[in-house]
Write a protein that binds this ligand. Sequence first.
Ligand code: COA
Length: 326
Amino acid sequence: MLRARVIGTGAYVPENILTNHDLEKMVDTSDEWITERTGIKERRIAGEKQAASDLAYEASKAALKSAGLKAKDIELIIVASVSGDMPLPATACILQDKLDTKKSAAFDVNAACSGFIYGLSVANAYIQSGTYRRILMVGTEVLTKFTDWEDRTTCVLFGDGAGAVVLEATEEDRGIVSTKIHSDGGMWDLLHTPGGGSRNPASKETVKKRLHFIKMKGNETFKVAVRALESLVVETLKENRLKTSDIALLVPHQANLRIIQATAKRLGLPMEKVMINLDRYGNTSAASIPIALDEAVKTGKIRNDDYILLEAFGGGLTWASALIKW
Ligand code: COA
């Protein structure tokens, strides 16, 4: 049986840091409020000329290097993002051009903050079926360009960054063990960007009404997220006949420390087994899990044969998990 094994990870965040104290000068908020409600202390902001593919390129180079491969060795590039360079073409194609290879297919996946795991589930299916042997899976976001800097309920949450993994087919008993993806389109309006698509094409009116910025019903999203993530993790463990104590590290989507703590508590998972870096990067949507995973690898938090659980929740609504035997 073929499995998709992670053979390299990489991440990139822009240099520019925006702290909670900086935000205090921009909107009516405080470091105390943001820290208490979200756990976030600072986030990275992409430069004026930096787009999602630029961040993706840096993360991809790092992931390829750690895998010991060149771009021409990759057969498929998948990019998960809701803040791609342009509506057309796919950011994955722009990334392919930057990586200077024509040897791969390239496409985007949009499942908001769950996008990276949705992408992993697609990559896993291609590898298990024997269609492709080497896939580059990237999560990249420049959300701060779609953030309303006058809306204190959202602007304190988001940050920019990219993370990538290289997956390779293996016949060993390791790699992605299972993926679970879920959606509930009935709640699409909890988290959305109303302008710029075919519903509300760009016009003076859409700009005036600030429809090109991310809108979120934070409180409702929070409640649904905690419930969905708990049942998702229980479902994933049960299906794979594992106990919470079998998980060496949980790498959750880095949206809100309180959501992560609530999920860990409900599952009886100690926080030492949970990867956290949202204090430094905020919510980087589809990029958050590969950035956190790369940091976990580089800081020695993951060893061979460990069971690693990735889980995410986001706009759509969507939620997803991936269980990996490292
Ligand atoms: N600074 C200070 N006060 C703020 C604020 C800010 N940045 N943002 C909101 N407030 C105020 C609100 O106006 C409200 O004031 P009121 O009681 O006078 O009306 C009060 O704080 C409470 O607002 P509420 O929205 O109920 O806060 P909350 O505890 O739910 O925290 C979030 C807000 C956004 C941090 C929280 O709901 C959250 O993280 N939700 C999930 C978001 C998420 O993760 N989304 C992405 C999923 S991928």
